[in-house]
Design a protein around this ligand. Structure first.
Ligand SMILES: [Zn+2]
Length: 247
């Protein structure tokens, strides 16, 4: 157990497994939880909305784990799918749609350098990705979001989105979970940037996503306990300048 509050300011060495009773030093506008024994403060949402989005799937294992967690919490999210992967694993795409989630085109193969390769190449990345996602989804599924790999919304990309009437899916809260900084760091980065209308960018694919899944398990409990309402990310049309601004 922690000692008296006078010792609580400086971090204790060897924090692993440290028991973490909620010490009532937090302001009333903060919800305090414990993740693997570490204290995590979450600003209270007072009913404000925020959104979860998951990129680079579908992916064996982690996509199903994310879907199960979202279902447990009755939370809907947007899945930004890489077209080639959607085509390879259509059953996961159908599970996403069946779960009430929304799909987003995240390009054909996630080429981070597509912008340097000209309009025709970018058009193909966007349109083939879209066709593959739509092809994997049940007939009639609406796919009207596009998210640019790496967030480089250059003029080629904007033009390709415009051609297909796609809305850019921006984000405001990027914990860089793909870099595997540890699940506690992912949790802390997400809650540090929570604000009304926040769009959280996490990953269910592209590699080992066990840290992301572990972080999400806590975050879903924590944000709802702190008074936030997770909703599907709202659509913002391309003509709205704010929509295409660099992240
Ligand atoms: Zn991505």
């Amino acid at each position: 157990m922690q000692g008296p509050s006078s010792a609580a300011r400086s971090p204790t060495p060897g924090e692993t497994g440290r028991p973490g009773p909620a010490h009532p030093s937090a302001s009333p506008d903060v919800w305090v939880g414990h993740f693997h024994g570490h204290r995590v403060e979450v600003p209270r949402g007072h009913g404000a909305t925020m959104s979860f989005t998951f990129d680079d799937g579908p992916w064996p294992g982690s996509t199903s784990q994310v879907l199960a967690l979202l279902a447990q919490h009755h939370v809907h999210a947007v899945f930004c799918l890489i077209g080639d992967q959607a085509q390879a694993r259509p059953s996961l795409v159908r599970q996403e749609v069946a779960g009430g989630h929304e799909l987003c085109d995240h390009s054909r193969d996630h080429d981070l350098l597509m912008g340097r390769k000209g309009q025709a190449y970018v058009d193909a990345e966007v349109s083939t990705g879209l066709a593959e996602v739509r092809g994997a989804a049940p007939k009639g599924t609406k796919v009207t979001f596009y998210r640019q790999p790496g967030g480089t919304w250059d003029p080629h990309v904007v033009r390709a989105m415009d051609d297909h009437d796609l809305d850019p899916l921006r984000w405001s809260d990027d914990p860089r979970d793909w870099s595997r900084p540890g699940s506690l760091t992912i949790v802390r980065r997400v809650v540090a940037k929570l604000h009304p209308g926040a769009v959280v960018l996490m990953h269910d694919g592209g590699g080992d996503r066990s840290e992301s899944v572990e972080a999400l398990r806590f975050l879903l409990d924590a944000v709802t306990a702190a008074g936030w309402v997770p909703v599907l990310a709202p659509h913002v049309h391309l003509s709205d300048k704010a929509a295409a601004k660099p992240q």
